[in-house]
Design a protein around this ligand. Sequence first.
Ligand SMILES: Cc1cc2nc3c(=O)[nH]c(=O)nc-3n(C[C@H](O)[C@H](O)[C@H](O)COP(=O)(O)O)c2cc1C
Length: 171
Amino acid sequence: MKTIVAYKSKSGYTKTYAKWIAKELGCDIKENAELSDILGYDTVIYGGGMYAGGFNGAKLITKNLDKLSGKKIVLFAVGSNPGREHEMQPFWDRVLNPEQQKQIGHFYLRGGFDFSKLTAPDKVLMKMLKVRLQKKKDRTEDEQGMLDAYDTPVDFRKKENIRPLIDFVLK
Ligand SMILES: Cc1cc2nc3c(=O)[nH]c(=O)nc-3n(C[C@H](O)[C@H](O)[C@H](O)COP(=O)(O)O)c2cc1C
């Protein structure tokens, strides 16, 4: 079975998970893959960061499901949120319909946040969010955590987080 991990990563968190997964499976890995790069594989694993509730680069898979039919498809999203079910389900509902969610493995792997590693446009976006958060009176624990992370980068990457995904691929 030929397997590839394709991914997009802006500040390196998804890249780490992609490398861990590829090493564990002993398979190929490709950053910024195009459709032609993944068509020759039986199992395609795609990973990307969460950006404003979107899934970086996942259209490579979701817009090409007809061309990828017959393959085992696995998605992993990497964000800074804690990954609570009721917060992640609406995200997956935007990415995959209920039938697709039964067929396609989909996993959340917690990454982190490092302001210094952002691109200039993302820095602007996140500075606007910072001002909004600073003005807010009753901040939730998550919002306070986000605000703190502007000064002190947070990193929740753990190798053991890939286990459920690996088990899904191997089963
Ligand atoms: C502009 C912007 C928007 C973001 N939106 C979300 C989000 O909606 N949910 C989330 O969990 N994390 C969000 N994050 C955090 C990233 O998903 C997180 O830093 C992730 O680890 C990045 O992975 P990457 O470096 O591989 O792209 C956002 C970060 C930026 C800069």
